[in-house]
Design a protein around this ligand. Structure first.
Ligand code: KE4
Length: 437
């Protein structure tokens, strides 16, 4: 039986000091109930809470820790860097090295700017696209999350082609009215939008594999159509690869699917767990960014010496032969095992898996966009989450997030996870029978 007294004490104090007791909403466990656990350390595939409980971790800081927690190469790089100070506010060799690793690996990125988060990356990329095209409208897709800049906190308008409305208080309608929200994977909706607004569209921003409604891969032809329509209309195609960058391969989703965007946004893995984001793309676009060009964007800690060393150490480990094949195999095996466990318990699930990313949806229908994702039974996910936590498996505390597998996840960890799932699905089965669902 888990002891959680220290976590609860800390959470009570945290709630007095910080909104929701957390510094990012999803950490508050609101979607699954109960109080969040306070984590004291991570090691490889494991995390440990302040009450001494150990968990196999499938959040992995929401993606950055593709090597697992406290990887020796990352620790050594940080130990060395910290002795030279923490920040200079001046150019450093490490920034050149990280920028070079990104440009070398990602097909469409000729030049890159380092920032401090994925939000900064996407916000800056849209500003740059508006400057480059002289247009203001942006297309995004329902269920895709690009950080919390006003431009993205928008939900679909009432009609198919009506501009967006704010999805958060504090976002002016004037801003959200510049964003058109379309259904993900809906090629005809994109074609209609370009027919209607083509010459007004500055950019289409998309997660090439959606990770923020749970994992939803692109339908065949979806990304190609975005590429064709943006090129024809003189709009820019922005791939938000904050999750997929260096996750689905060295060149990310764009290399895997063979579609070259004009701009790409990065985060998470390129910082190895420290705050790093980046945006980059065609040189003729990037040359507009200050101080070379007029598009202003800045950051006190952009390219921070510690953060870039954690990123460099991480990307260097990912250059080793076979790492992506191993991640792919682990993703496949875990998805198969979870699927078999659900089938054995008679619980209908759909599992979307690509590379080392997967999501388990409690539904018997395909999940290919936000509407189909929200049809999944969230209460079943809540029960599953709680049971898995009892079994020592730390899953994302929301149906609409991705499970992240790291190179540190041993085959034994995956087997334990499947065994825990078998127990957990059985509990849900009783609920399904009781309600006769
Ligand atoms: P950050 O500003 O949180 O570094 O990145 C924003 C962002 C941009 N684009 C994509 C595709 C993202 O997934 C994210 C952030 N992802 C969430 C998890 N789905 C971070 C977790 C959180 O918000 O605490």
């Amino acid at each position: 039986m888990r002891r959680i007294s220290r976590s609860q004490q800390l959470y009570e104090r945290a709630c007095d000091l910080m909104p929701g007791g957390v510094n990012s909403p999803v950490r508050a466990f609101r979607a699954v109930g109960g109080d969040p656990l306070f984590i004291t350390r991570g090691e490889g595939s494991k995390i440990f809470d302040v009450d001494g409980n150990e968990y196999i971790d499938y959040v992995c800081s929401w993606g950055p820790l593709i090597l697992g927690h406290a990887h020796p190469a990352v620790v050594a790089a940080l130990e060395k860097a910290i002795r030279a100070g923490t920040s200079y506010g001046a150019p450093t060799e490490g920034e050149v090295a990280l920028a070079s690793l990104i440009v070398e690996a990602v097909p469409s990125v000729e030049r890159v700017r380092l920032v401090n988060s994925g939000t900064e990356a996407t916000m800056s990329a849209v500003r740059l696209a508006r400057a480059f095209t002289g247009r203001n409208k942006v297309i995004k897709f329902a269920g895709c999350y690009h950080g919390h800049a006003d431009t993205f906190l928008v939900q679909a308008g009432s009609g198919a082609l009506t501009m967006g409305v704010p999805s958060s208080p504090g976002v002016p309608a004037e801003i959200s009215g510049l964003t058109l929200v379309l259904p993900y994977n809906d090629i005809s909706a994109v074609e209609n939008a370009f027919e209607r607004f083509g010459q007004e569209i500055a950019a289409v921003i998309v997660e090439p594999v959606a990770g923020n409604m749970g994992i939803v891969p692109p339908r065949p032809g979806f990304l190609d159509t975005l590429r064709e329509l943006t090129s024809e209309a003189g709009s820019l195609l922005i791939f938000d690869e904050v999750i997929t960058g260096f996750r689905l391969g060295p060149g990310g989703a764009q290399q895997r699917f063979g579609v070259k965007p004009d701009l790409t946004c990065f985060g998470k893995i390129i910082g190895g767990g420290l705050p790093v984001g980046a945006y980059g793309g065609r040189a003729e676009i990037m040359q507009l960014v200050a101080p070379e060009g007029p598009v202003y964007q800045a950051g006190t800690l952009s390219g921070n010496p510690l953060a870039v060393q954690a990123g460099i150490a991480t990307l260097e480990q990912l250059r080793k032969p076979g790492v992506y094949e191993e991640l792919e195999e682990k993703g496949k095996r875990l998805a198969e095992g979870i699927g078999e466990a659900a089938a054995k318990a008679g619980v209908p699930v759909r599992i979307n898996q690509i590379g080392s990313l997967l999501s388990v949806f409690f539904t018997d229908r395909a999940v290919e966009d936000l509407d189909s994702a929200i049809r999944a039974d969230q209460d079943s996910y809540r029960q599953f989450f709680i049971s898995m936590l009892e079994e020592g498996i730390y899953l994302p505390p929301s149906q609409f997030e991705a499970w992240f597998i790291s190179l540190a996840h041993a085959w034994e960890d995956l087997e334990k996870t499947v065994a825990a799932a078998e127990k957990s699905f059985k509990k849900i089965e009783k609920k399904v029978c009781q309600n006769g669902l």
